[in-house]
Design a protein around this ligand. Structure first.
Ligand code: FEO
Ligand code: CA
Ligand code: CA
Ligand code: CA
Length: 589
């Protein structure tokens, strides 16, 4: 039952030990269940999933591949909307060898990207499952769904293509990694490593060389999509890459509303976006650019959020991200003599919707080539900024900095990025070994000013991740013999009392990735405890804590990555002869 004690926010649980099992392993007394898996019906009338008979049309009606962000938006007492990103595809495990042509694979893959909205119902015995009502809200957004574009770059010459001379309608969203649910009841989602979809058999246009280089776009590409679609050929459509790499917003309560790409939030490898309201109701949006040596960003809206759920308020709030100011973070250390990696910081403005603050750059150019514009103002080069999320209880902002093997070599150390070497474990049970760079990542704690729109903040490293036996690790000052090893933080979330929850991607300590709970206040501040581990080859995404802290959500992404369809390394969730990415909910029995 769901008695008062069944709260992951306050309950003690026996931490899950590091392991390499092909399972989602939760603490004793807890259980887990799959809510939605790759291929499940999302739209009414979706064909039954058959791995040997996939088509682009069926994929566009089914739950997509590689679920990443998980949002759960309320819909009455025992119903909700599950919103997920489908970041990318693993063709080598999705498709039996020889069963599909390269062209068919690409078309199915494009339809397996994007997002899903799925109505779910709370079960009587705990857990959640897909609703039988697929008509009212269920939705698939794919690599071909029309998006509206707003903000200053909408309609600009830099967004126009031969298929869209208006520069205002973009087909599809790609590589949607993390995201955030807004205080006004919509979902934001970050288009991340979109460079991989572009290539050309021709030449990169000379006037694009610098920007393409900075964004990782090459003639070779990684997926050959330019061989199937002209729009992904950068010699034929050099502006198509400018139409990806944005924050998108969808209204899950209105399946007919066009999703939107917000140009005001800049274009880079967006991990996600999370909103904190300033005391006057303006939206403060935090974002990370997930690349070694890239930056933390912040947007402050010009207008205030309107309370309430009227159509008028919802329409107003969905315009909040069109006008305001985009800034990039510069962090200064105060020296290490105080025994802490900490200091002060500044949000350096890049552009507002009306005025660019980068000399010689237009507003549109700052928003389209945000990385290049930011490079001119000397921000702090971070170790792959992933989720950046405000804690609703203490108002501080937590940024996952996942790792950077080149820190100390290509990227000099500084107080916010202090490790030029760190300890890793080649496999579970093996002794720790020295490695160059920051291999296990950090969690950075930012303290905005009392006025959350202030350009000044203070910061400290809250977690220096790794094995607690490694001398460089730090867990908010908590005794190191009582914490779980943690490596490569990626996504963060908070429960109702403000505990930080962290999911990881790329464990460098020989164990599988997982989800961890960490109090940020009181005597247990820094007490990292592992709540679950994920199957072979998988990354843990989400996490999300819902309904009075009774449920912890998880997206199991790319189980079996590294294997093939013929030789799978994982069979999770053990329903088929191949692995299936899936969204899981866990709860106390
Ligand atoms: Fe898709 Fe930054 O992880
Ligand atoms: Ca210091
Ligand atoms: Ca991520
Ligand atoms: Ca990641």
């Amino acid at each position: 039952g769901h008695g008062r004690g069944d709260r992951v926010s306050t309950d003690g649980f026996r931490p899950v030990a590091p392991n390499t099992d092909d399972a989602v392993t939760v603490p004793p007394g807890y259980t887990s269940a799959v809510v939605a898996a790759w291929g499940d019906a999302v739209l009414p009338g979706a064909p039954r999933f058959d791995v040997h008979r996939q088509t682009p049309e069926s994929a566009a009606q089914q739950f997509g591949y590689n679920n990443d962000y998980v949002g759960v938006l309320p819909l009455g007492r025992s119903s909700a909307l599950l919103v997920c990103n489908h970041e990318y595809t693993n063709e080598e495990i999705m498709f039996p060898a020889g069963a599909y042509s390269a062209d068919e694979q690409r078309r199915i893959a494009l339809a397996s990207h994007g997002m899903s909205v799925l109505r779910i119902e709370k079960g009587r015995r705990g857990g959640w499952s897909a609703s039988r009502d697929r008509r009212t809200y269920n939705r698939r957004i794919t690599g071909e769904t029309p998006f509206a574009v707003d903000g200053p770059a909408a309609g600009s010459a830099r967004l126009r293509t031969s298929a869209d001379p208006s520069g205002r309608t973009i087909l599809g969203t790609l590589n949607n990694c993390a995201g955030g649910t807004t205080p006004w009841g919509t979902v934001l989602s970050g288009e991340e490593n979109v460079n991989q979809y572009f290539g050309t058999a021709g030449e990169i246009p000379a006037d694009r060389a610098e920007a393409f280089e900075r964004y990782g776009i090459s003639a070779e590409g990684e997926r050959g999509w330019h061989l199937t679609w002209d729009r992904f050929d950068v010699a034929k459509e050099p502006n198509e890459p400018n139409r990806f790499g944005w924050i998108v917003e969808i209204d899950p309560y209105d399946r007919d509303a066009a999703p939107v790409k917000h140009t005001m939030l800049g274009r880079f490898k967006h991990e996600g976006a999370n909103v904190q309201l300033a005391h006057d109701g303006r939206a403060v949006v935090y974002m990370g650019d997930d690349e070694r040596g890239d930056y933390l960003y912040r947007f402050v809206s010009a207008e205030r959020m309107r309370r309430g759920n009227s159509r008028w308020a919802r329409r107003h709030n969905q315009q909040l991200l069109t006008r305001g100011t985009l800034s990039v973070a510069r962090l200064s250390g105060d020296g290490t003599a105080d025994g802490e990696w900490d200091g002060t910081g500044e949000w350096v403005p890049l552009t507002s919707d009306r005025e660019s603050f980068v000399p010689g750059w237009s507003v549109v150019d700052v928003l389209v080539d945000t990385r290049l514009a930011a490079d001119t103002v000397a921000p702090t080069r971070m170790d792959r900024p992933e989720d950046v999320e405000p804690n609703p209880v203490n108002g501080r902002v937590y940024a996952a900095l996942t790792n950077n093997s080149n820190r100390g070599t290509a990227y000099p150390t500084d107080e916010a990025n202090p490790l030029a070497s760190s300890k890793v474990r080649p496999e579970l049970g093996a002794p720790l070994e020295d490695a160059t760079g920051n291999r296990n990542g950090y969690v950075l704690e930012l303290e905005p000013g009392r006025d959350r729109t202030s350009s000044r903040f203070t910061w400290r490293l809250f977690l220096v991740c790794g094995d607690p036996e490694a001398p460089e690790t730090y867990f908010g000052g908590f005794p190191k013999d009582q914490v779980s090893p943690i490596s490569c933080p990626d996504n963060v979330a908070f429960d109702s009392v403000g505990n930080l929850w962290v999911s990881t991607d790329g464990n460098a300590l020989g164990s599988h990735d997982g989800i961890f709970r960490v109090p940020v206040a009181g005597r247990s501040r820094g007490k990292v405890e592992q709540f679950l581990t994920v199957p072979i080859g998988a990354e843990a995404c989400g996490p999300l804590i819902t309904d009075g802290d009774q449920h912890v959500w998880l997206a199991v992404q790319h189980p079996g990555e590294g294997g093939t369809f013929a030789a799978p390394t994982s069979l999770w969730p053990h329903t088929d002869r191949f692995p299936r990415p899936a969204v899981v909910v866990t709860w106390k029995r």
